[in-house]
Write a protein that binds this ligand. Structure first.
Ligand SMILES: Cc1cc2nc3c(=O)[nH]c(=O)nc-3n(C[C@H](O)[C@H](O)[C@H](O)COP(=O)(O)OP(=O)(O)OC[C@H]3O[C@@H](n4cnc5c(N)ncnc54)[C@H](O)[C@@H]3O)c2cc1C
Length: 337
């Protein structure tokens, strides 16, 4: 039974702790709920937004529409072979709980993605990634409810068009599908990915490293670098790392020989947005209730009572200064509403 509430505070539902309200708010706990909701009169025209754990959204003000909060739970093994497990996880499950569960079972693949906040259904949206791994590498398929047709659809990993912090669900099909479940392929004989510098160093010369060890090290590094949103509200990386042409990277290198660059397939180069922001003097900056975290320049924080407008104002100033200094456009990673 759908219970649509009015004037609901979104404070508990976003990690930036924006104190805003939603005109309408409904908990979605099954595909059946989605069918009922989408068959309501006027549903297609309604302004609406799917909200999971709210760890990658910025509300610039009250949301004048319907928030659909993802509460579809459940995990099941689809098939198990001697070397791999195919696991179906419903979208409302917590990502960190899933990682912990798979490590407990001895199934490898998700260990580098330890402690990324959020729910499973949101993981494909921006193809979450950390420490050398992207979730696309583990995804077999994505199950979603199509608001346009009122039917369930299954996307293969290829059809999701995954890219760096991107997928079809964030680009051409944004808002059309409600991701109800994700199917993962996990390994019983994990091949560890220790390509990320600090992980490589931590395990240099060590034999018999386990997925539990990798997960613990990732958690240790993350806790030392990133503010806990429960203590200092934030959305992790506010901007994406920019990918630029070699000519621009070369120009920047002339003035800043120490600029970190990461070659991409196709000849472009990825720059570290945090480094660019830090060079412009923003690290640790604070104005009123908003600021740039003192240990990680890519993270904008709310010191308590910040409004969406204040955060956006700071974000624009950072973008302008990075552009003026390096000619690089910083795009937000966070979804702004
Ligand atoms: C401290 C911190 C660290 C972080 N570190 C990382 C990191 O290392 N790597 C990384 O990639 N991200 C990171 N993030 C960002 C964030 O954790 C991920 O993007 C996460 O997947 C968001 O999940 P969520 O449930 O909070 O989604 P939400 O913030 O609720 O939603 C994000 C977007 O997805 C859409 N959406 C959500 N659920 C669904 C669904 N079921 N169907 C369709 N659309 C949906 C929403 O409409 C919104 O546009 C970090 C965030 C924080 C706060």
């Amino acid at each position: 039974m759908l219970d649509i509430k009015n004037g609901v505070s979104l404070l508990p539902y976003n990690t930036l702790k924006m104190n805003v309200k939603a005109n309408e708010f409904v908990e979605i706990s099954s595909v059946e709920d989605l069918r009922h909701l989408s068959s309501q009169k006027g549903f297609p025209e309604r302004k609406k937004l799917i909200l999971s754990a709210g760890s990658n959204v910025l509300f610039s003000g009250d949301f004048d529409g319907l928030i659909m909060h993802n509460e579809i739970f459940g995990i099941s093994v689809v098939s198990e072979e001697s070397d791999q497990v195919i696991l179906k996880v419903n979208g409302g499950e917590s990502w960190t709980d899933l990682v912990e569960y798979t490590i407990g079972q001895g199934w490898g693949g998700l260990e580098n993605l330890t402690l990324i906040p959020g729910k499973v259904g949101a993981a494909p949206i921006q193809n979450i990634g950390a420490y050398g791994v992207e979730v696309k590498d583990l995804i077999v398929s994505v199950e979603a409810f199509d608001f346009t047709t009122g039917k369930q659809v299954v996307f293969s990993a290829d059809q999701c068009q995954f890219g760096y912090r991107s997928s079809i669900f964030k680009t051409t099909a944004a808002g059309r599908y409600f991701i109800t479940a994700v199917v993962f392929r996990l390994s019983k004989f994990p091949l560890l990915n220790l390509t990320y510098g600090p992980l490589k160093q931590a395990f240099e010369g060590k034999i018999s490293v386990t997925i539990r060890d990798v997960s613990a090290e990732v958690a240790r590094i993350r806790r030392s670098k990133l503010p806990d949103p429960d203590e200092i509200p934030n959305v992790g990386s506010f901007f994406k790392n920019p990918v630029v042409d070699a000519s621009l990277a070369d120009k920047i290198r002339e003035g800043f020989p120490q600029v970190p660059v990461y070659p991409q397939v196709g000849g472009q180069l990825k720059l570290a947005a945090g480094w660019l922001i830090e060079q412009c003097g923003w690290k640790g900056y604070r104005i009123g209730e908003v600021g740039v975290h003192e240990k990680q320049a890519l993270v904008l924080v709310n010191y308590g009572q910040a409004t969406g407008a204040e955060i956006l104002d700071l974000a624009t100033k950072i973008q302008d200064s990075v552009f003026d200094r390096f000619g690089v456009i910083l795009e937000p990673e966070v979804n702004i509403y």
